[in-house]
Design a protein around this ligand. Structure first.
Ligand code: FES
Length: 249
């Protein structure tokens, strides 16, 4: 991927990734963090071999992901869009998972979570008590995207705080040019009238053309001062956290 240079390019790139995604495609998310200690890598290789051997190449994506949360049941995998979680999988399970679940949507009781009280199998991740009572925010994409793929991150809404904070800051400064100029003047080492002049000129341009890193870090003090963001970012990646943007913005 070429490095996106502007907010406009970032949005364009995100739409392109989403357009290329096959929504209906079966995906197996294999936890490849702590679960590696319990053989996740060996299971993943066995699963990929079985998918190929049983003629499902190109129809199923096996994705290495971060932690799914239920580490005590390692190795943990999930099959989407079925919403099924299998746990404590071993390479020898791969053939049956492909033949039954991936080919026929048949779920394997022996690999799903067992209810602690009733001992009954719980097939769907959303029904497992551990997940049922939590709403994942910071870790919402953990276990669903490959952490080494920036494309996965962008497709899942990554860097959207940048777009939001920057567009709001630009809109605020257009509405309040005097106040914006007073805040920006010391940082830019310019006089207030000169900053106002610059703001007027910049307002004529499409903000989507701005260089993300340069502009965001330049205006982050301003965004902080006017209450659009909760703390001063030090580097571009700090903008990746949606929580940076204050509620209501
Ligand atoms: S480390 Fe695999 S589920 Fe947490």
């Amino acid at each position: 991927m070429t490095k996106p240079l502007s907010i406009g390019e970032l949005e364009w790139y995100r739409n392109k990734i989403l357009a290329q995604e096959d929504e209906g495609k079966t995906r197996v998310y294999v936890c490849m963090t702590g679960c590696r200690a319990y053989g996740a890598a060996e299971f993943k290789t066995a699963l990929e071999d079985e998918i190929k051997g049983q003629g499902l190449s190109g129809q199923v994506e096996v994705r290495a992901t971060g932690c799914h949360g239920l580490c005590a049941k390692a190795p943990v995998i999930s099959v989407e869009p079925l919403g099924v979680q299998y746990q404590e999988v071993v390479p020898e399970d791969a053939a049956e998972i492909v033949a039954s679940t991936l080919k026929q949507n048949r779920l394997l009781d022996r690999l799903v979570y067992q209810d602690a009280q009733s001992g009954k199998p719980i097939h769907y991740r959303s029904q497992i008590p551990f997940y049922k009572r939590q709403v994942r925010r910071v870790l919402a994409n953990c276990g669903r995207i490959d952490p080494t793929s920036v494309e996965h991150y962008i497709a899942a809404g990554g860097y959207q705080a940048i777009v939001k904070a920057y567009n709001e800051a630009a809109a605020w400064s257009t509405k309040n040019p005097q106040a914006a100029a007073e805040i920006l003047a010391p940082t830019l080492k310019m006089s207030v009238p000169d900053v106002m002049k610059q703001l007027k000129t910049e307002a004529r341009y499409d903000v989507s053309e701005y260089n993300i890193e340069e502009q965001l870090l330049r205006y982050s003090g301003f965004m902080y001062e006017v209450g659009l963001i909760k703390r001063m970012p030090k580097k571009l990646s700090d903008f990746a956290m949606p929580e940076l943007v204050k509620a209501g913005h």
